[in-house]
Write a protein that binds this ligand. Structure first.
Ligand SMILES: CC(C)(COP(=O)(O)OP(=O)(O)OC[C@H]1O[C@@H](n2cnc3c(N)ncnc32)[C@H](O)[C@@H]1OP(=O)(O)O)[C@@H](O)C(=O)NCCC(=O)NCCS
Length: 416
């Protein structure tokens, strides 16, 4: 078996039943003190309820959270399962593929079904970028005078120490390679914000969001926990990074990495969670569930860390090669907008049609809570295929450290 071009897996009869996410909230604002575990519990409870699936049917919980955002973070997947009613005898797995973590939770669920381990997986991404700790790794034994090493992990973790570049610089490298100008990135960001505003207005985004309120999660015999919104905030129903953003305004923002990227044309830093249910064909049919989409295939590849931004291009090529398909058969692409120059580099490399790409805006407008993004992108592609009566869609992301991942979905109602 050849592995030089990453890994590929096709699934025959594995389904995305339903999904939901929280609104994505600007970091350090209304969800700033809320644990990602509680955001994960909220979406897990909601997706089970919306799909009409008893928690007892879940064979395994598969969850990811990239930032270490709470002292009980080791238990995140387990707590999400327990507090959403999944029986105590079902295991829970934490997954981490950096910005591909949400995709990986779905992939691991599909793999477990393909291997016959489970019939139904509860796949969750949860992230509090706000609560990324200010940490030190070398102080357990104390520290020498003046040698205090506390650092902001949110900032530091965006720097890959192997090539010695930040994630933003990998996008700047694509800007140079693909001759992407400051005007190109700001025009793209303007359109991302405009598309997201339109999707907010026409209700598309609301269709995948569960509003958040202050709420307690009880579990008999265990400590209650929950979501506490700040005083004066009764309900959060909409993504808050989305705002009217003109090209003129965006083009005045100072460069963040010495090139074309700025705080206006890079992914928003937000808190949130998303969950989907992935089930076997036998399970879906036994319950007469009308699934959202078929999970057709997934590919994950490696790329040089210093150009991690290009990851979606080889990942999308790999998933299409594996499936014996071509780009023109794909009706919708959702590629994470980590940075505008990163997305434009991928778009130029693959010669993608903008009319099929991130049609409701992307992470520049909506935000990129690392482990949640893949779940959101898979869910949104599935919903778009339904809405537009298209057959195939691909969700993909670049991954810090130098990887790309892509998931191919099929709308059963448009299948031939
Ligand atoms: C690029 C980045 C470093 C910028 O951080 P920042 O400088 O703190 O950005 P800010 O949000 O403060 O934005 C900078 C300025 O632009 C303004 N701005 C941001 N978005 C805007 C918009 N849509 N319209 C108008 N102005 C906007 C801000 O108000 C701010 O103005 P100010 O300087 O007057 O306060 C940060 O957003 C980032 O790292 N994003 C990517 C995260 C990431 O790497 N994720 C993983 C990907 S692999």
């Amino acid at each position: 078996m050849a592995h030089e071009n990453g890994i590929y897996m096709a699934y025959n009869d594995i389904w995305l039943l339903d999904g939901v996410r929280t609104p994505f909230i600007e970091y350090n604002t209304a969800l700033g003190l809320v644990s990602p575990t509680d955001l994960g519990i909220k979406v897990a409870r909601t997706v089970l309820e919306r799909a009409g699936v008893p928690p007892a049917d879940v064979g395994s919980v598969i969850a990811g959270c990239v930032e270490k955002a709470s002292f009980d973070g080791y238990f995140l997947a387990r707590h999400i399962g327990l507090y959403s009613g999944v029986p105590v005898d079902r295991p829970a797995l934490m997954v981490q593929r950096v910005c591909g973590t949400g995709f990986e939770s779905i992939t691991q669920g599909a793999d477990a079904i393909a291997l016959g381990k489970i019939s139904l997986g509860l796949c969750v991404g949860a992230e509090s970028m706000s609560r990324s700790p200010i940490a030190a790794y070398t102080h357990r034994g104390g520290f020498r005078l003046g040698q205090v090493e506390f650092k902001d992990t949110l900032w530091e973790a965006l720097h890959d120490t192997a090539p010695d570049v930040s994630m933003g610089v990998t996008a700047e490298t694509l800007a140079v390679t693909y001759k992407i100008t400051r005007e190109d990135v700001d025009r793209f960001a303007e359109s991302s914000f405009a598309r997201a505003l339109a999707a907010q207005k026409n209700g598309f985004l609301a269709g995948e969001i569960v509003p958040l309120v202050t709420e307690k999660f009880e579990l008999t015999g265990y400590k209650p926990r929950g979501i506490q919104l700040p005083k004066g905030v009764d309900r959060l129903a909409d993504d808050t990074h989305i705002r009217p953003s003109s090209f003129e305004g965006l083009s005045k923002i100072r460069p963040a990495f010495g090139g074309v990227q700025t705080g206006g044309n890079s992914s928003g830093i937000v808190d949130g969670a998303a969950a989907v249910l992935v089930g076997s064909g036998a399970y879906v049919r036994s319950k007469s569930i009308k699934p959202l989409a078929r999970v057709a295939a997934v590919a994950a590849v490696g790329v040089p860390p210093e150009i991690m931004s290009i990851g979606p291009a080889p990942a999308i090529r790999r998933v299409l090669d594996g499936a014996g398909m071509t780009l023109d058969q794909i009706g919708r692409f959702e590629i994470n907008e980590a940075f505008a120059a990163q997305l434009l580099g991928v778009e130029r490399e693959l010669k993608l049609d903008r009319a099929k790409l991130n049609v409701n805006g992307g992470a520049i407008a909506i935000g990129h809570p690392l482990a949640v993004t893949g779940v959101r992108l898979v869910l949104t592609v599935a919903r778009q295929l339904r809405q537009a009566k298209l057959r195939y869609g691909i969700a993909s992301a670049c991954i810090g450290g130098g990887q790309g991942i892509a998931v191919l979905l099929e709308n059963p109602e448009a299948a031939g």
